[in-house]
Design a binder for this molecule. Structure first.
Ligand SMILES: [Fe+2]
Length: 230
């Protein structure tokens, strides 16, 4: 017994997303990150775990991360929908009763806590969730890239967010993102330091120039280097 992370790959059209079930096996409590696309598949995982769902955690409000949030919220009314205040203010996503968190807030789950880290860049209120030795990054950071930015200022914010993440996590912390293409999710930051060039760039100017370089694909290229090179 203990804690575990259950990744759930869901697909629709050209999208491949990863949502996650965080399970405290002793307390039989869970949190669900970014439920999207495949209600039946996610429900099957929840049923198999036999847990009480306490939170639905939103990393950011792009459609491919939130399209099943309301359906799960209606199915589990005792679960809190969690997103950052900044993301709500920017996007308008959220309903009365949702919990708009600030950077640094901690949500109790079982024997521990989920830490909320607001990491602007991909969106203004993008949020990573740190639970035990696992970081759930949405589109802020992938195993081999990072989320696309709409402006140089956003890229500069993302640089700060990535440097801050590196100052907080341990090398053994595992990275779980909303997408992955050529490098699998769940790798440690020790390994991600070798697979993700954005983690290696310590100059803001270089980071922003590379993130905003011309000739990239559209929003849904997600900034994965391998993807961009396809
Ligand atoms: Fe996104």
């Amino acid at each position: 017994m203990g804690v575990k992370v259950v990744p759930i790959e869901t697909r629709w059209a050209g999208f491949i997303n990863y949502c996650y079930l965080l399970v405290d096996e002793d307390a039989r409590e869970a949190a669900l990150v970014d439920p999207s696309w495949d209600y039946g598949k996610i429900m099957d995982v929840l049923d198999a775990q036999g847990v009480v769902l306490r939170y639905i955690l939103v990393t950011h409000s792009h459609l491919d991360h939130i399209n099943l949030v309301r359906r799960f919220s209606e199915r589990f009314p005792a679960a809190s929908v969690v997103l950052s205040r900044e993301e709500h203010d920017q996007s308008g996503f959220g309903e009365p009763g949702d919990r708009y968190v600030r950077d640094g807030e901690r949500l109790p789950l079982g024997r521990g806590h989920i830490g909320c880290m607001v990491t602007p860049g991909h969106t203004r209120g993008s949020t990573c969730y740190l639970w035990e030795d696992n970081l759930f990054t949405g589109d802020t950071l992938f195993p081999d890239g990072c989320g696309i930015c709409e402006s140089h200022a956003a890229a500069s914010a993302l640089f700060d967010s990535v440097r801050r993440i590196l100052s907080v996590v341990d090398p053994s912390t595992r990275l779980y993102s909303g997408h992955c293409y050529h490098v699998a999710n769940g790798l440690t930051f020790e390994r991600a330091m070798k697979t993700n060039i954005y983690l290696q760039i310590d100059s803001r100017e270089t980071f922003c120039g590379f993130r905003m370089r011309p000739g990239q694909k559209n929003l849904f290229a997600f900034g994965s280097l391998a993807c961009e090179e396809d």
